[in-house]
Design a protein around this ligand. Structure first.
Ligand code: XLS
Ligand code: NI
Ligand code: NI
Length: 444
């Protein structure tokens, strides 16, 4: 078969001194870090929609790129060509996983039957390619936001017919996910939110979203889906306010409706900053609730208020991310999905390769740094010491829930006004991080 990226090589690790643009400087797939090869820590995935569909059009201008792969867009021939391009791309970059929306892999038809027939056909082909190329599906999802019928939401719509139409899409997307052995299934509530509360029954809408998720869990488990369901929180865009605002909100929602046993969180870096949080904050909130499922690895621009979905280059951020992932015990079903696109002015096939090299190297560095911070031990020791007053007799009893308010008040009276608590030593801690993340040269 003729290659699509014919002038582009298989990308290999050449090390930090290499000036070859088509080589990894830090991502060395089989290098063992804290007992596991890098590739098993990072579990990189390609997002079908950005990499194989997005051509760079925006609100003000037309596409600059060309992802037709020699075919007429909107045809099944084009859908097949995207599969060929995707698998060649994953092979050349050494990426083991991918993610997709139903609408990314086959053109949607006028009837559900015909759309589903096309999806069956294309997933037969994808399945064959997965076996041949040894690739896995990180997660599948249904696009419940592009069609005009979803203008008022899918699970949160005011129209029962639209609600059922969304259910049909979720049902099919779940079947495809199971067919392809997917490890996860995502709900990103792009249009599940509101523009004004003056025309919105928020409680009604949230109950309906939960019911749709409940039915998805029931059906998914019935047809053999053993992976994780995910909510991918996002504060805003396209809606002014989205219900899955951030991780804490999504967890509260999942618990309220009894969905927390089946769902985890898919944290996206750019969505964190849209919610006014750091990426690390969102990861930590998910992790301490046992719900750190998967990650959409991208980067936003703090000077802009929208989802720019850039390929991550900020090593400080990837370090914090991988620190959280390592501390949480690593991924189980999840991974790092590059929900990221090249800039509009980076429109060539070469740019697609260079973007992934940037993203993968940034996370490889993040992993190396995070492992070094953990192995160094000074942070852990400091944190342990910082809370050590709770190792006292009364402290231990507070921790195990054995005290009363009266008893503590009595203790306080006896002790008198306490001295200031120990310094947080933030500047010292940050200088340790700086020292450790700038040490990569020594690790060759
Ligand atoms: C959009 C979301 C979307 C989800 C999948 O902002 O990130 O791409 O990841 O529907
Ligand atoms: Ni995403
Ligand atoms: Ni996003």
């Amino acid at each position: 078969m003729k290659e699509i990226f014919e002038n582009l090589p298989k990308v290999r690790y050449e090390g930090p001194e290499s000036n070859n643009p088509y080589a990894f400087k830090f991502y060395d797939a089989d290098r063992v870090i804290m007992g596991k090869p890098m590739k098993d820590h990072l579990r990189f995935a390609m997002a079908w929609w950005h990499n194989l569909c997005n051509e760079g059009s925006d609100m003000f201008g037309a596409a600059t790129g060309d992802k037709s792969f020699g075919c007429i867009p909107g045809t099944m021939e084009h859908a097949y060509a995207k599969v060929d391009a995707g698998f060649e791309f994953m092979d050349k970059l050494g990426i083991d996983y991918f993610c997709f929306h139903d609408a990314d892999i086959a053109p949607q038809a006028d009837t559900i039957e015909e759309t589903n027939r096309r999806l069956d056909e294309i997933t037969d082909y994808i399945k064959e390619k997965m076996e041949k190329h040894n690739k896995k599906l990180l997660w599948g999802t249904a696009n419940l936001f592009s069609s005009p019928v979803y203008m008022n939401g899918a699970g949160s719509t005011n129209s029962v017919d639209v609600y059922c139409y969304a259910a049909a899409q979720v049902k099919k997307a779940l079947e495809l996910t199971v067919k392809l052995g997917g490890l996860g299934y995502v709900f990103w509530g792009g249009r599940e939110g509101y523009e004004t509360l003056w025309n919105t029954d928020m409680k009604f809408e949230q109950e309906n979203i939960a019911a749709l998720m409940r039915m998805a869990v029931d059906y998914g488990r019935r047809i053999g889906f053993k992976g994780d369901f995910y909510i991918e929180p996002k504060a805003k865009e396209p809606m002014k306010h989205q219900y899955d605002f951030d991780t804490a909100t999504a967890i509260g929602f999942l618990r309220q409706y009894g969905l927390d046993k089946d769902f985890k969180i898919n944290v996206e870096a750019n969505h964190a900053t849209l919610a006014g949080h750091t990426f690390q904050h969102e990861l930590r909130v998910a992790a301490i609730n046992g719900m750190l499922g998967s990650i959409d690895a991208n980067q936003g621009d703090l000077l802009l208020g929208w989802d720019t979905d850039e390929f991550p280059y900020n090593v400080y951020e990837t370090t914090a991310c991988m620190y959280e992932v390592l501390k949480a015990g690593g991924f189980k079903n999840g991974g790092l999905n590059f929900d990221a696109k090249t800039r509009r002015s980076s429109y060539t096939y070469e740019d697609m390769f260079l973007a992934f090299i940037l993203g993968m190297d940034s996370f490889a560095l993040g992993l190396i740094n995070a492992a070094r911070i953990i192995e160094d031990g000074r942070l852990d020791a400091f944190i342990k010491q910082r809370y050590s007053s709770f190792d006292s007799e009364i402290g231990l009893r507070i921790r195990s829930g054995q005290t009363t308010l009266e008893e503590l008040a009595e203790y306080a009276v006896k002790k008198g006004k306490p001295p200031l608590p120990g310094s947080g030593r933030q500047e010292y801690i940050l200088s340790i991080i700086n020292q450790l993340i700038n040490k990569w040269q020594g690790l060759k």
